[in-house]
Design a protein around this ligand. Sequence first.
Ligand SMILES: C[S@@+](CC[C@H](N)C(=O)[O-])C[C@H]1O[C@@H](n2cnc3c(N)ncnc32)[C@H](O)[C@@H]1O
Length: 346
Amino acid sequence: MTHDDTTTDPTGASLRRGPFRVGERVQLTDPKGRLHTITLHPDATFHTHKGYFRHEDLVGAPEGSVIANTGGIEYLAMRPLLSDYVLSMPRGAAVVYPKDAGQIVAMADIFPGARVIEAGVGSGALTMSLLRAVGDGGMLHSIERREDFAAIARGNVQAFFGGEHPAWRLSIGDLSDVLPGVAEPGSIDRVVLDMLAPWENLDAVARALAPGGVFISYVATTTQLSRLSEDLRADGRFTEPQAWETMIRGWHLEGLSVRPEHRMIGHTGFLLSTRRLAEGVIPPERKRRPAPSKDLVDESGEVESTRSHLDVPDEGWTPEAMGERPISEKKLRRVRREVGQAPEDQ
Ligand SMILES: C[S@@+](CC[C@H](N)C(=O)[O-])C[C@H]1O[C@@H](n2cnc3c(N)ncnc32)[C@H](O)[C@@H]1O
């Protein structure tokens, strides 16, 4: 396939091959290893305080070229990989990091042709990994309750794939309201949730999932993890949940100084996965039950509900209570303009 085969290439693979073209993003690495992302424009220049070069000088050059600015500073030019793109793209909500997206694709067993539900969509970072995994013969239906976040995600996804992805549908609304209308009961292979209170949607998820289907959820705090696992057990339609987190430690590679990097990302989130049982099946009783923590045993020695410490009223699970920083209206308007999805352009 050549880079001109866009008509037979709905997922935009050909856009990632061949020489640089006007309109595409290019990632520049400077001599200190710092990254700069530009979008090639025929009349634009890339300026720093040490000089500039014209974008046009990169158009037609192969990926992996080196370009020097007027001050003699050299930049290595590459197309951003998906993992680079999600970290540099405009965002409204926090994104799922590539390390977690990779885990989700692997551990939720997202396969080419799969029928997958995702909510919420946020900035669309995870959406792109899921679309790559289901391929153009699969189906990813993404559901987001905020219209403004959905618009940002649409802009990011379209910019990455170079247009509409044939496997993608995006609905605005609450997962529990939208899901029954877009998926026949038992028709969905995988459900992936990244939201504040995934336990609120367990009934809708259980109805949509096919027997054996995988449900995976990404949560930021242990309190969410605990609440979700207890609610899954209480629901009874799912297998015993499994939870884990991943940490990646980069390595410094310079001469004899080969050692772990001093800094690392200490925490992103936790993943929890479980599978849908066949209808009406009672899961085999668990042989081992963890001992309840001391503060859940009352004075007479009776065990209180293992959920009592999480019986927070629903309105208590706010982004602020989970330590998330709210995004301002002003920033949202700017990000929407950046991805070409401003309300005035709709
Ligand atoms: C952290 S963001 C998702 C980020 C996204 N996974 C990414 O990688 O860019 C969480 C999103 O879930 C949405 N959300 C929360 N509860 C929801 C629900 N019940 N139905 C649909 N969307 C929901 C929020 O509006 C927010 O945009």
